[in-house]
Every structure is written in structure tokens, then in C-alpha cells.
Design a binder for this molecule. Structure first.
Ligand code: HEM
Length: 452
């Protein structure tokens, strides 16, 4: 017998749909408040929203083969094409196998030095800014975004990326268009000269130019005798071996764009929210500083072993990602009919799992809105269902860069907190903007004071 999850009362539907356009997080919160399984009809589409760890486990891991990437990501295909985030089936498996060795724990640990250096460079840059113009707020979000691009370039591409600030702006314009397509269900024709579309076209052109130059530069440095093992070089070598050179080249470009997007914006978002939460919680900030001073005494830079010693800082980053998961939604489309937690899901249905609402589920988290890093103590973590906390996703599509992203976030948080006092005007309102990642609307204007 088929069982449908409850839907919102009909009179709530126009409000819910309006929210999809203007307040996507609000829509997810409303659905979660209604029930752990909700079905919403949107024109010809049926949207299933599941908000329980066991439901998430079923869709993302146990029966992952039945689910392809869904709304939002599908619209991003115009740019990400068949890169690792959006590809499916055998192509995805081949691509994942190609880059996976570049993310092995030992290789990531060997990158600790490069990550620490980028973090120290950012700390020094902020210190200089504070000295040049004390009391003048600085948008630290722009600086951490440039840092994450720099780390990506050094660790996975052997290419300096800090100079390519345009990449971050291009991705903003592209995501605006993807979200527009999502809420209008791609019904607005592409030839209409709307401002979002014009910015998107320009951004795509700029990004293509940048990516073409990056490929040419890295490819020229791969000589017959060299055996590079960074992700970018692996992708280039795979493209060279592709039986259809034109297709191989196109895939390479799409994979690079994907790596650039997936690898920098998520970590920048994590860092932005972590620094904001620390600025708002002086006692927690003081504990992070104490730990950083003890572990990284004498102004020392962190190495791979320090990661396991910076336990409280790690908990702070984990808690920031609980409240503000950079990937706030995991959209899927059912390929064949399925049953999730006893509810029937037809083929073709859109299924949404939201880390944002799961991470704030009142049955799973005590006082969920409170920022409390101690939730991630070993003692407290063991009592929680595994799929209650999924900032890096789950199952076969689990984030390939999670270890690198975590190391980066922990090192930067520890170093900046050790060396600088970063504060935010209490009147500043940072609003979460649910794009492909959970962006920080309004930036992060911080006042910086060096700590002596
Ligand atoms: C704190 C930082 C990060 C967070 C929170 C994060 C989160 C995620 C999540 C939730 C997914 C799964 C998406 C889905 O199932 O639909 C994902 C996939 C992915 N992430 Fe990350 N990510 C982070 C850092 C990174 C870094 C540093 C890289 C490096 C390049 C990266 C590359 C990727 C790629 C390529 C995928 C697609 C994997 C696949 O489908 O096989 N991520 N990420």
C-alpha cells in the first residue's frame, strides 16, 4: 500500500512557493516544522522533503544508486557541465577514481605546510591592514575567499590562484542565474536580456578564459619525465588519454570549473561563519586562543600532527558547520520508485535532504539554535545518530575534499584567533544566503587588533 507524506495545507502553498523564490531557508524550516517527511506539489513537479537521519541515510547512502543530482545542481550544469559534482554513473566513477589519490590522507597531511603558510600570510595581511587603518572595519570574508583559492591552487593544482580574484565574482553571477533558473523552473527564455542573465553570460565568458589559460599553463609544465600527483595534473593526463580528444578537453574544463567552485566557496563560507560566531562569543574565542597558544607556542606554524591537538578549535569549526552548513541542501531526483521511511516516492520525484534543518532538528540537538562547540566532545558525539550531522554529505557522493577543507578551516581559525582580536559591530546583521553554498550576505566587516 502506498503512503504519501503529508503536504502543507493548500492555503499554505502560495506562501511556500513564494518562499522558494525569496526565502529558501525559511521554506525548508517551514517544511521541517510541519513533519519529518513532507510532500509539496509545484506545478508538474512533486517535491519530497525528508528530515530524519535514517531517511537521509537511505537516500544518500543505502539506495544512493537510485538518486541522481537534482534541482539547483541541474541548473548549474550550464557551467559545471559533467564535472565531478554533477556527473553521474560510469563517468562519475571514472572521474572520482582519477582525482581521489590527490585527496589521500597522507597526501593531504603532506600539504599541511602549504596550508599553514597561506594561513600565516592571511594573518600577516590582516595585521598590516589593522596597523595601517586601526578601527576601520575590513571585509574579512573577501580575504578568506582569496585564501581558500590560494590553498586550492597550491595543494591541488600547483598553480597560484590568489591573483585570480575574478573567479570568486564569476561564481557569484553564475549561482545567481542557477538559482533564478531553479525558482522559475527554467521557464524564462535564455535570450531575454535580463540583468542576471547578462552578468551570467559575462561571468561564463570570463571563467572560460581563465580556465583555458590555467589548463594551458599547467599542461605545459607536465613533461614526459615528470610524475605529478596533484588533482589538476591527473585530470589533464586523463583528458590526454580520452579516446575523443574534443570531449576529453571539454570534460577537463568542466572538471576544473567544478574543482574551483567546490573547493573554495564551501571552505570560505565555513571560515566566515566560524569567525563571526567567535566574534559573538568572547568566552569561546578565549578558549580557542588558549588552545592555539598552547599547541602553537612561540608563534609556530601548525603541522599535520597539530590537527589532532587542536581539538577544541576543531569542535568550534564543526559547530559552526552545524549551524551554517556550507552545503545547506542535497538535492536528488529519484530514478525509480522507492520507499523512504515507509513513504512512497515515485520515479522522477525531486527529493531534498537539508543539512541545515537536520542540524537544527529539536529531537537531535538540545537547544539547537545555541552555539555550543562542546556538542562535538567525544562523549556527546557518541550518543548521536551518525546521519544527524552531514556537512560533507554522505554515501558515495561524500565530499572528496573534506580532509583538506577541515584542515584549512582549523588552521586558519587557530592562527587568526591566536594572533588577532577580530570583532564585529553588534548591530551587523549577517544573513545566510542559500545559494549553492550558504553565503554570508552583507560580508563580514571586522575590526582587527593584533594580540600581543
Ligand atoms: C568545509 C569545506 C567543505 C564542505 C562543507 C563541503 C561539502 C560538500 C558536500 C556536502 C558535498 C556533497 C554534495 C552532494 O552530495 O550533493 C561535497 C562534494 C564535493 N566536494 Fe566538498 N566541501 C568542502 C570542501 C571541499 C574542498 C576543499 C574540495 C576540493 C576540491 C571539495 C570538492 C568537492 C567535490 C569535487 C565534490 C563532489 C564529489 C562527488 O560527487 O564525487 N570540497 N562537498
Amino acid at each position: 500500500m502506498s503512503t504519501h507524506p503529508p503536504g502543507p495545507p493548500l492555503r499554505h502553498l502560495p506562501g511556500l512557493l513564494r518562499k522558494l523564490a525569496v526565502d529558501r531557508l525559511g521554506m525548508m524550516r517551514d517544511a521541517a516544522a510541519l513533519s519529518d517527511a513532507v510532500r509539496v506539489r509545484m506545478g508538474p513537479k512533486k517535491l519530497y522533503v525528508f528530515n530524519r537521519p535514517d531517511y537521509a541515510k537511505h537516500v544518500l547512502a543505502d539506495n544512493a544508486a537510485n538518486y541522481h543530482k537534482g534541482i539547483g545542481l541541474v541548473e548549474s550544469r550550464a557551467v559545471l557541465g559533467d564535472g565531478l559534482l554533477t556527473s553521474e554513473g560510469d563517468l562519475w566513477r571514472t572521474q572520482r577514481r582519477t582525482v581521489q589519490p590527490a585527496f589521500r590522507p597522507a597526501r593531504v597531511a603532506a600539504q599541511a605546510h602549504a596550508v599553514a603558510h597561506e594561513a600565516a600570510r592571511l594573518s600577516e595581511l590582516l595585521r598590516q591592514r589593522a596597523t595601517a587603518a586601526p578601527h576601520t572595519p575590513v571585509d574579512v570574508l573577501a580575504d578568506v575567499t582569496s585564501l581558500t583559492l590560494g590553498v586550492l591552487g597550491r595543494t591541488l593544482m600547483e598553480t597560484p590562484l590568489n591573483a585570480h580574484a575574478g573567479i570568486a565574482h564569476a561564481f557569484e553571477a553564475i549561482q545567481d542565474q542557477a538559482m533564478f533558473d531553479m525558482v522559475t523552473q527554467s521557464l524564462v527564455p535564455a535570450w531575454l536580456p535580463l540583468p542576471t542573465r547578462r552578468r551570467f553570460t559575462r561571468a561564463r565568458r570570463d571563467l572560460t578564459r581563465t580556465v583555458t589559460a590555467l589548463v594551458a599553463d599547467r599542461a605545459a609544465r607536465i613533461t614526459p619525465g615528470s610524475a605529478p600527483d596533484d588533482a589538476f595534473a591527473r585530470m589533464i593526463l586523463a583528458a590526454r588519454a580520452h579516446p575523443d580528444p574534443a570531449r576529453g578537453h571539454r570534460l577537463l574544463q568542466e572538471e576544473l570549473v567544478t574543482l574551483l567552485l567546490a573547493g573554495h566557496e564551501t571552505t570560505a563560507s565555513t571560515l566566515g561563519w566560524t569567525l563571526l560566531l567567535l566574534a559573538r562569543h568572547p568566552r569561546i574565542r578565549a578558549t580557542v586562543r588558549e588552545e592555539a597558544r598552547a599547541v602553537l607556542a612561540g608563534g609556530r606554524l601548525p603541522d599535520a600532527d597539530d590537527l589532532h591537538k587542536l581539538t577544541y578549535t576543531t569542535q568550534v569549526v564543526q559547530e559552526a558547520m552545524r549551524l551554517y552548513p556550507p552545503v545547506w541542501i542535497l538535492p536528488r531526483v529519484a530514478q525509480a520508485p522507492d520507499t523512504v521511511g515507509g513513504f512512497t516516492v515515485p520515479a522522477g520525484a525531486d527529493v531534498l535532504i537539508s543539512p541545515y534543518t537536520l542540524h537544527r532538528h529539536p529531537d537531535l540537538w538540545d537547544d539547537p539554535e545555541r552555539f555550543d562547540p562542546r556538542r562535538f566532545d567525544a562523549a556527546q558525539s557518541t550518543h548521536r545518530p551518525r546521519y544527524a550531522y552531514i556537512p560533507f554529505g554522505a554515501g558515495p557522493r561524500f565530499c572528496v575534499g573534506s580532509a583538506l577543507g577541515m584542515m584549512e578551516a582549523v588552521f586558519v581559525t587557530a592562527l587568526l584567533t591566536r594572533d588577532l582580536e577580530l570583532t564585529v559591530d553588534p548591530r551587523h546583521r549577517a544573513s545566510p544566503e542559500p545559494m549553492m553554498s550558504l553565503r554570508m550576505g552583507g560580508g563580514l566587516p571586522m575590526t582587527i587588533r593584533p594580540v600581543t
